[in-house]
Design a binder for this molecule. Sequence first.
Ligand SMILES: *[C@@H]1O[C@H](CO)[C@@H](O)[C@H](O)[C@H]1NC(C)=O
Ligand SMILES: *[C@@H]1O[C@H](CO)[C@@H](O)[C@H](O)[C@H]1NC(C)=O
Ligand SMILES: *[C@@H]1O[C@H](CO)[C@@H](O)[C@H](O)[C@H]1NC(C)=O
Ligand SMILES: *[C@@H]1O[C@H](CO)[C@@H](O)[C@H](O)[C@H]1NC(C)=O
Ligand SMILES: *[C@@H]1O[C@H](CO)[C@@H](O)[C@H](O)[C@H]1NC(C)=O
Ligand SMILES: *[C@@H]1O[C@H](CO)[C@@H](O)[C@H](O)[C@H]1NC(C)=O
Length: 433
Amino acid sequence: MFPFNFMSIVLVSQIIFNCVSGEELIFANLLRRHGARSAIHSFKTDPYNNQSIWPQGRGQLTQIGMHQHFDLGRYLKQRYIGLLSPQYNRSEIYIRSTDYDRTLMSAQSNMAGLFPPEGRQQWNGSSTNWQPIPIHTVPRNMDSLLAAPIESCPKLNKLRSDILASTEFAKLQKKYAPFLNNISKWSGCDNVDIRSSWNIQDTLITEKTQGYKLPDWATDEVLKTLDEIAGLDIHVMYSGVNSEYRVDIARVVTGNLMKQIVENMNKRITEEDNFKVVAYSAHDTTVGSLLVALDSYNDLPPPYAACVILELYKDDATSPPRYIVRGYYRNSTKDLIELNLLGCEFNCSLGDFVQRASAIFPTKHSKDCGIPLYTDFFKDHLELLFVIVSCLLALTWILALMACCRRRCRSKKLRLREVAYQPVPSFDEHSSS
Ligand SMILES: *[C@@H]1O[C@H](CO)[C@@H](O)[C@H](O)[C@H]1NC(C)=O
Ligand SMILES: *[C@@H]1O[C@H](CO)[C@@H](O)[C@H](O)[C@H]1NC(C)=O
Ligand SMILES: *[C@@H]1O[C@H](CO)[C@@H](O)[C@H](O)[C@H]1NC(C)=O
Ligand SMILES: *[C@@H]1O[C@H](CO)[C@@H](O)[C@H](O)[C@H]1NC(C)=O
Ligand SMILES: *[C@@H]1O[C@H](CO)[C@@H](O)[C@H](O)[C@H]1NC(C)=O
Ligand SMILES: *[C@@H]1O[C@H](CO)[C@@H](O)[C@H](O)[C@H]1NC(C)=O
């Protein structure tokens, strides 16, 4: 619980700030990476290549990871005094997660820090400092928001293979080759390159975070270079070596999320009662790709519980009021880094932000992904189109007649709409990565 005095001091200072500047925080989008987890991969000489050091198996949130998100929740509680009610209010916040155990559990830990039950929300006296808060998700193969693209995207594949085949990328490989040769030798893995070094970097970081002593070769300096390469890999895969494909890739990978982020802010303005915070729980690649799309990536791998914050402020001093978007990156517990979103100044007007962001809004999947449209084909074959349309019309008539007959013959039995059946995924499918 918050000491009462402390709370009122913060509230008072917040009110004073608002009066002076005429500015009010009215909305926040939050995109977070999950907290610390167990390793997903291993390597030949890994001294901890032993499942038993990870009691829940690979890729699972650890107690340290829970703590990281709990702490982030407490930080958000302080930051959003005045925006969010002190007690949980379901109409103020909406949480969406990818369908991974570690992101779902991170979101839950986060909410435990943000909304410990107080007063009438206590459901077992003061002996339980937690209350359930809903976390929404969709199956992975339907998650076009946080795991896009979910359908095949030839253009993305083409851009990525172009990037990997480019002379700029070859230069990078060459630059890091002597270092990566050392990594190959030390890890016992053949031909470690920029793309595959992540497996080793990630495994070492999980073990270090968990407090295990790393092999002697994994010095701080080596880890720093591995970090640098992992960060660079995100930059390269989401925009090309010189960021030349940033917009094209962002449109298929981040476009839906960007569109929703803008929509969330607009809704808050047009519909008074809308959510004040929408929080997403996802992965390093989600956080990294959003930062790349926003042209604000620092080329370092997003750490555990890293949080991208996109806030909307309303300035009443002018009429009509001015709306300002501010972006921050919380990649450590110490600093909140100001972001210049999409090349806009730090205090970016909403109109300016939306205009810049709309460049990466998705259009049609087929167009964004370079799938040839059948319409182009038929333009050249008009007579074929005529025959097909005629046949289709005839077929529709016949089917309609048949359906009519059947309905008449049938009793008035209620027909239930069919719903796609989704079995519980097998354990292997659902665990780890
Ligand atoms: C794995 O670790 C456990 C406990 O740390 C140990 O008892 C076991 O022998 C190890 N197994 C292997 C294959 O190293
Ligand atoms: C919850 O938030 C909504 C929207 O801001 C508000 O109308 C409602 O009064 C709040 N409920 C409580 C119990 O504070
Ligand atoms: C509820 O509170 C009682 C004591 O008041 C405690 O013994 C019990 O463990 C609590 N239950 C939960 C689920 O925390
Ligand atoms: C590779 O490792 C050796 C020592 O084993 C070291 O002298 C050398 O500087 C390392 N090279 C790079 C590029 O890190
Ligand atoms: C956080 O970002 C800042 C600015 O880009 C960078 O200097 C710092 O090293 C980052 N910290 C971590 C832990 O990634
Ligand atoms: C952004 O706006 C705030 C308040 O209006 C002001 O204090 C701050 O200096 C501005 N920051 C930048 C980088 O312009």
